[in-house]
Design a protein around this ligand. Structure first.
Ligand code: NOJ
Ligand code: CA
Length: 554
């Protein structure tokens, strides 16, 4: 295969305009502000930006409640500013993907307003209605503890409407061909303005059959092929990155057996088991997750992540595994959310321990797939647990030790920066870390650079190398006549491992360390014995550094 599918080896960085940089001083981040930070992102080395929703919205779910799909919320700027932004990214070789939130609209969207006020409205059938309260109205809520039901009665419509998420987010009737056509139109619009694809929100719900009579969700996977075809006709290299927290047995339904559906999915399976591995120093379930998510078409890719803008969802772990992770990383009730997850940022979860942060990020960079970073994690930003639900991990970017972390000149910003304690902006900020060669920021920049020099990870086939202890994970990637081996020690103790690395029948003598001077030479019997420090990690190239000369064309 020709290796020009950009997403197979991208470094994706997710950010919200609201929290990044405020240029006009009204206390809310905006596109002109983000523009001024593009050189920072370019310098950091990210190759794609995933923008959280920025369309007009009543903002009751941080923009995931859209009231106009074809605009920019005036608080953030104008469509003109948006196009300046996509152009600025293009000039720097950075791609932009944006959220596509079409499972539901805001209840303030004119479609819903028209639909509810007039039974004859053409938009009536764009939503899901019932005359009476459906028997399953209290089940299937996504935000238990906050959301009470999935059906509400609308006094204007005098009918019940379905909402998978909060009650102000009525679900679109995605089976309606007019709604489907509109979804394509929305994609076409933003493609024309310079984006390279979409992070599609809540995909399993978008494609589920909806209605009062539905007992269990039945997914209509064929819809995905329709989205894909349209996208590829309009823009050859545009992609869909799906938010779909599903079981491995349905992965191929989402990717399509022939790679004819979604290009990318977030690997929730690996994400949850990775946190278990870090909490328990036991990689076995992680290995299982890696193996069970291995099958995928050659053109498809996993998006790997540590934390995102939502809670760390642990719903797919066993009860006792989940308890282990809660215990280690979110013991207080206030740190947990929706009875299934942890709402903290990564750095405080790992107690700011630099060794563990590096371990986590080194892993993120070397898991099979493409890494997706969250803004602020490159400097180890913390959270503000006094904020409700997931807002605790959505505080503004900490740029400097100036007032409000240099995020805004306003005295009363809408989002307040973290100003107290070890994660306050006077301790943790970009300006300071940029000057310190040993900072997490500069470490992240270097690890990104190295990740770009190891395309084997994004493109290659991986295998798990036996190394004699469940506390250590050793992965090998093979691609075009080259191989790399990456090793991570999850234990707080040093660990010595024995490893054999073969090419065909021959044991490889040299493992060249890509991050430090300590290379490894095999013993006469062909075994490498490697001592890893507590939470230590290694990236090795197999054989010499002449790998580029050895790389084959196919
Ligand atoms: C998933 C998003 O990640 C989350 O933030 C949002 O609340 C729901 N979808 C509803 O749109
Ligand atoms: Ca502003």
């Amino acid at each position: 295969m020709i290796s020009d599918l950009w997403y197979k080896n991208a470094i994706i960085y997710c950010l919200s305009v609201a929290g990044y940089m405020d240029a006009n001083g009204d206390g809310i981040g905006d596109f002109p502000g983000l523009m001024r930070r593009l050189d920072y992102l370019h310098g950091l080395g990210v190759t794609a930006i995933w923008l959280m929703p920025f369309q007009p919205s009543p903002m009751r779910d941080d923009g995931y409640d859209i009231s106009d799909y074809y605009g920019v919320d005036p608080r953030y700027g104008t469509l003109g500013d948006f196009v300046e932004f996509t152009h600025g990214c293009k000039q720097r070789g950075i791609r932009v993907i944006i959220d596509l939130v079409v499972n539901h609209t805001s209840d303030q969207h004119p479609w819903f307003q028209d639909a509810r006020s007039n039974p004859e409205s053409t938009y009536r059938d764009w939503y899901i209605w019932a005359d009476r309260k459906p028997p399953n109205a209290d089940s299937g809520v996504v935000f238990p503890g906050v959301q009470k039901s999935t059906w509400n009665r609308d006094p204007v419509a005098k009918a019940w409407y379905f909402h998978r998420f909060y009650e102000f987010q009525p679900d679109l009737n995605t089976a309606n061909p007019h709604v489907q056509a509109e979804i394509l139109k929305i994609m076409g619009f933003w493609l024309q303005l310079g984006v390279s694809g979409f992070r599609m929100d809540a995909v399993p719900f978008v494609i589920a059959r909806k209605g009062a009579e539905q007992k269990k969700p039945i997914e209509q996977y064929d819809m995905l092929r329709g989205f894909r075809e349209f996208l590829q006709w309009r823009e050859g290299d545009a992609i869909i990155l799906a938010e779909a927290n599903v079981l491995p047995r349905t992965d191929l339904e989402y990717f399509g057996d022939d790679g004819d559906r979604l290009h990318m999915m977030f690997n929730f399976q690996v994400n949850q088991n990775l946190f278990y591995a870090m909490a328990a120093a036991d990689c076995r379930p992680l290995v299982k997750a890696l193996t069970s998510t291995r099958p995928r078409p050659a053109t498809a890719q996993w998006g790997n992540f540590l934390r995102n803008h939502d809670e760390l969802d642990l719903g797919r772990l066993s009860r006792s595994q989940r308890a282990t992770v809660f215990n280690a990383f979110g013991p207080d009730a206030n740190m947990q959310l929706y009875q299934r997850g942890i709402r903290r940022r990564l750095a405080p979860m790992l107690q700011g321990d630099r060794r563990r942060l590096e371990l986590a990020y080194s892993l993120l960079m070397t898991l099979p797939g493409t890494p997706v970073l969250r803004y602020g994690d490159e400097i180890g930003m913390g959270d503000d647990l006094s904020l409700p639900e997931r807002n605790c991990a959505r505080t503004p970017m900490q740029w400097s030790n100036e007032p409000h972390a240099g995020f805004t000149k306003s005295d009363s910003p809408t989002l307040s920066v973290i100003s107290q304690g070890p994660y306050g902006y006077e301790q943790i900020n970009v300006a300071q870390q940029r000057r310190d060669p040993n900072s997490l920021l500069n470490w992240t920049e270097r690890i990104i650079r190295m990740r770009k020099e190891v395309p084997e990870i994004g493109w290659g086939d991986f295998s798990v190398l036996p190394c004699g202890t469940p506390e250590v994970l050793a992965l090998r990637f093979d691609w075009r006549n080259n191989a790399v081996v990456v090793i991570h020690n999850f234990s707080p103790e040093p660990r010595e491992i024995e490893l054999e690395v073969k090419t065909g029948q021959t044991s490889e003598r040299d493992l060249i360390n890509l991050l430090a001077e300590n290379h490894s030479q095999a013993n006469p019997d062909g075994m490498h014995s490697i001592v890893l420090e507590p939470f230590g990690y290694r990236w090795y190239r197999v054989g010499g550094l002449d790998y580029l000369l050895k790389r084959s064309e196919v």
